[in-house]
Design a protein around this ligand. Sequence first.
Ligand code: ATP
Length: 275
Amino acid sequence: MSEPADRAPKQDEPILEVRELTVHHGQLRALDHISLRVFPGEVYAIIGANGAGKSTLLRTIAGLHQPTEGSIRYDGQDVTRIRPERRAISGIVMVPEGRRLFGSLTVEENLQVGATYARKGPWTIERVYELFSWMKDRRAQRTEQLSGGEQQAVAIGRALVANPRVLMLDELSLGLAPVVVQRIYGMLPQILATGLTVLLVEQDVSQALRVASHLQCLLEGRTTLQGTPSEVTPEQVEVAYFGLRSPGGPGGTEGGEPPVSGVGLGGVVPSEEAR
Ligand code: ATP
């Protein structure tokens, strides 16, 4: 692979493109012909219930699973068979589900791990300390002593110091109180301002709708809905998320087409702040 990390992407071309991706875990088809195009500067949200295939998708983009079919293009190059380390070095970096910090290492040591193979870029450990103002004073503390929200912040910081171009966030809200989740997601504008593109996975649909510029819903490994938060209705999201079938329509749980009508259960409401 040449040096995609050093070339600025054209804004009208996707920085990340997944084509017809199929991934198996043994006999289980976890992803079934998933396609997506993520453009520079976007916050692209993948939503879906437990087991929908969201983590499998991010992990496959990171190179941790090999697809049985399909391709992954990053900055115009096919990276489907590139090793995970090479992808990370070229700018595809993931904050994994469950944080996966080194609990017996300090905050700063965890950040140093992220900086080991860092690209050149705006993010340094000092800059992470500026983003999370509490962190510098507690840099010598072991991360196992931190709260869940603080650990999540360190995990984000560890990814940022690698200077990603595509930052993949797997279920940031997992196990955190809503107020903590909002605080964490409240940092996104500052992160995006440094030129990053974000691909995130969320089970918390309301949260995803608040921050996303584009939304894609998975159900049992298939795409059931996609569009901008303003294009999709709460009813469509519910149908797509839970696999409910509308009394007046097909419900859209098969194949890649969005459902044509919803069941109106009314639990998910895209707000004014959705964009
Ligand atoms: P969750 O929010 O529960 O993590 P998800 O949408 O991220 O859900 P995945 O973790 O991608 O879903 O899992 C998709 C399917 O693949 C599930 O049925 C899961 O049990 C299965 N699966 C995931 N990882 C593996 C693995 N390493 N080996 C076997 N099966 C797996």
